[in-house]
Design a protein around this ligand. Structure first.
Ligand code: ADP
Ligand code: MG
Length: 696
């Protein structure tokens, strides 16, 4: 709304504060209207000091008993202490490094209103740096006697002043805000129009449901949350419908290839594997590109599904590209596919960045000329200079390790739009999947191959290390194989390497005569390959490794997963690591070692791992603890940061926004209906600000 005046002309602002606002991106009253409270404080009732407890944030009133501007507190800081009493109790307000003018505001015997977080110090109530609501009974209708908004900090503007300015802005400008959602959408979402929302949001009327406000479930808040999520869902729906209109080469299966595949399967497929294969093969048989996410917990058997899809593509004379995030995993897929395809006239090649220039060129040529039928590799596949003759199926393993752009790059390697299958073992909470992968259809393998025994998991604190070690001994003595994983030290790769090497030496001393191997990211591809092969074949029995084995690695004989400094890992990551064991019908154990200093808190967080083997539950828990930003794949996804919404808290409205976005796309895909004119310009203005729609 460029026709609104500068914020400078709002009462109480002026050029100096206008600059402070500008630094926060707030230039007009309109911007200020959309600068929302991050929370609220219920200041409707003054709380008698008798009822005040530590941990509360409350307004209190009292008579000043003493004002003590001591030069320095006993710990050497300047300290102002004001003791108040309301006849039911006493409280002492403290300011550190205070300005002298502050002390002058208080006079013994006068009444003051304060608001702040209460703490208990030596059985006495204290507030540090409380907000001074009023001195000597002057009443402030914006800052007290109501539910007050708490805004995110704007540097250089004290909270009280900010609130007063917002009060002016809302009174003058809120009513003029135009609603861009048409009535039918507001009705369907069951949210109020924006101007009503704005007033209530900034300064909730006294009869508001304070709890609803504090938990962000009040209707005006839902309106904003809806708006934010709706945009994302609409953009994803657009992307998806755009892709569905593209033409792709149909790759229908036929009886002969199905027989051939069946003959080669090393085991009976689970029902879940069969079901997802049906979904995938059906997509592939259509003249529009498949866009499917295959989700399945660690060890649920996604690789074989990918292999079947590639067999069908080969049968139809097309190339398949399979991209994995690590070389170890690419190698593993390569050898697995090779053995599944033994004696077939089908050429599989491996393309990773550690090939020599000459080898690379040779492989590229095979790809270009169409002699390579299945190309398995790392990022190297999507690099420049790799040209496929006729790639019609692209598969990405461990999709969450890649970003949207890489997904797009792989698509770009196809002759026409290729069918795309992306697989992930990180179980993504449903709500997060909806935002991350809202443009994909989803298939889920929700069943493990038969005979698996759940991995026994133990969180082990430092004082019980001996027991853990004995357990490891026993496993090794009876023929098991073990991983010992060391975390990546973020500050320095060198340090983690030193850690890994030291542990490796220790373990080697401890187990003379037992093969011990070391694996880390700095090793050359051939070295890694050799170590992995020796571990697979049982020559190495204990593998000390950094997290390079986190995803995908499959050595079914391994039965012990020992993770050092487990507290440094996210739960989902630990679940991935745990998934490296328990892959056969031999009981396996996962030992999560917790460092001495971290102790109990970490142990409590990790105890979820002991309780459940369900990757989805673990992911939900992880999402609650770490928030979506920390979740694998979110940062690379191109999804704009969420300001109002929290996809855990707002799951219901997220689902709703997705339904309505899809409905809108059906009713008026190009937004030509006059009723959608405002919405169209809003969506377009947001589109400019994010890369969501264009980057798919
Ligand atoms: P992920 O889904 O984690 O990629 P993998 O594809 O690596 O899992 O499979 C895990 C292990 O389970 C492999 O050793 C694989 O051979 C085995 N497997 C997969 N499907 C079945 C099945 N239907 N029956 C028995 N074993 C299976
Ligand atoms: Mg896998």
């Amino acid at each position: 709304m460029s026709d609104t005046p500068s914020i400078q002309f709002v009462k109480g602002v002026g050029p100096r504060l206008a600059e402070k606002f500008a630094a926060r991106g707030i230039r007009t009253p309109h911007d200020a209207l959309f600068f929302f409270p991050k929370g609220y404080e219920d200041r409707r009732r003054i709380i008698p000091l008798r009822s005040v407890r530590g941990g509360m944030t409350v307004p209190v009133r009292g008579q000043v008993l003493a004002v003590q501007g001591s030069g320095r507190g006993w710990w050497g800081r300047r300290l102002l202490e004001v003791v108040i009493s309301d006849g039911t109790g006493r409280l002492s307000a403290k300011w550190f490094h205070y300005r002298p003018s502050l002390a002058e505001r208080f006079r013994v015997g006068e009444t003051v209103f304060l608001c702040g977080a209460v703490r208990l110090f030596q059985f006495r109530l204290e507030m540090h740096h409380p907000e001074i609501l009023a001195v000597a009974e002057e009443f402030d209708p914006v800052n007290m006697g109501r539910i007050v908004p708490v805004y995110p900090a704007v540097e250089g503007i004290p909270p009280r002043t900010l609130r007063k300015i917002q009060w002016e802005v809302v009174r003058k400008y809120a009513a003029a805000e135009k609603e861009f959602f048409p009535g039918w959408i507001l009705d369907a979402a069951r949210v109020p129009p924006v101007h009503e929302s704005l007033e209530t949001l900034h300064f909730p009327p006294p009869e508001s449901d304070a709890e609803a406000l504090l938990s962000f479930s009040s209707p005006p808040q839902q309106r904003l949350i809806f708006g934010e999520l709706f945009y994302i869902q609409w953009a994803l729906a657009m992307r998806r419908s755009g892709m569905m209109k593209e033409a792709a080469e149909p790759l229908p299966w036929d009886r002969e290839i199905v027989e051939e595949i069946k003959r080669r399967l090393p085991f009976r497929l689970t029902d879940a594997q069969r079901r997802v294969l049906n979904e995938i093969l059906k997509d592939m048989s259509l003249p529009h590109p498949m866009h499917r996410l295959l989700q399945g917990d660690v060890g649920s058997g996604k690789t074989i599904v990918a292999w079947v899809a590639s067999m069908v593509a080969w049968r139809k004379g097309s190339q398949t590209a399979l991209m994995a995030p690590t070389e170890i995993l690419a190698e593993q897929h390569f050898s697995r596919f090779s053995s599944l395809c033994r004696d077939l006239p089908l050429r599989i090649v491996l393309l990773t960045s550690s090939l020599s220039a000459k080898e690379k060129e040779r492989v590229r040529e095979e790809i270009r000329e169409g002699r390579a039928d299945v190309v398995i590799g790392t990022h190297a596949i999507i690099q420049e200079g790799v040209e496929f003759k006729k790639m019609a199926l692209g598969i990405i393993d461990e999709q969450h390790r890649f970003g949207v752009l890489q997904r797009a790059a792989l698509r770009g390697k196809g002759r026409v739009s290729p069918h795309l299958l992306v697989m992930t073992a990180t179980p993504i909470p449903r709500t997060l999947a909806m935002t991350l992968y809202g443009d994909l259809d989803v298939s889920v393998i929700d069943e493990m191959p038969p005979g698996r025994i759940p991995v026994e998991t133990k969180v082990v604190t430092e004082d019980r290390r001996k027991e853990a070690r004995e357990r490891l001994h026993r496993e090794i003595a009876t023929g098991g194989r073990a991983y010992i994983i060391l975390p990546l030290v973020e500050e320095s790769e060198k340090l983690s390497l030193r850690d890994a090497k030291r542990t490796f030496e220790q373990v080697r001393k401890e187990y003379p005569g037992t093969g011990v191997g070391l694996l880390h990211g700095r090793m050359k591809a051939e070295e890694k390959e050799t170590v992995m092969r020796r571990f697979q074949e049982g020559e190495i029995r204990i593998l000390v490794s950094t997290t390079v084995v986190e995803v995908g690695v499959d050595v079914p004989e391994a039965t012990v997963m020992m993770v050092e400094h487990a507290e440094r890992f996210g739960l989902s990551q630990l679940h991935q690591l745990r998934g490296r064991v328990g892959r056969k019908n031999r009981p396996s154990v996962c030992l999560l070692m917790v460092g001495r200093e971290q102790g109990e808190e970490a142990a409590a967080r990790l105890s979820v791992m002991e309780k459940t083997n369900d990757g989805f539950r673990i992911a939900e828990e992880d999402l609650k603890i770490r928030g979506p930003g920390e979740f694998a794949g979110v940062r690379q996804s191109g999804i704009p940061d969420l300001v109002f919404s929290d996809i855990v808290r707002d799951a219901r409205i997220l689902t709703k926004s997705r339904e309505i976005a899809n409905l809108l796309l059906v009713r008026d895909p190009d937004l030509t209906h006059p009723e959608h004119a405002e919405l169209k310009s809003w969506l377009q203005s947001r589109q400019v600000a994010t890369s969501l729609v264009t980057s798919g």
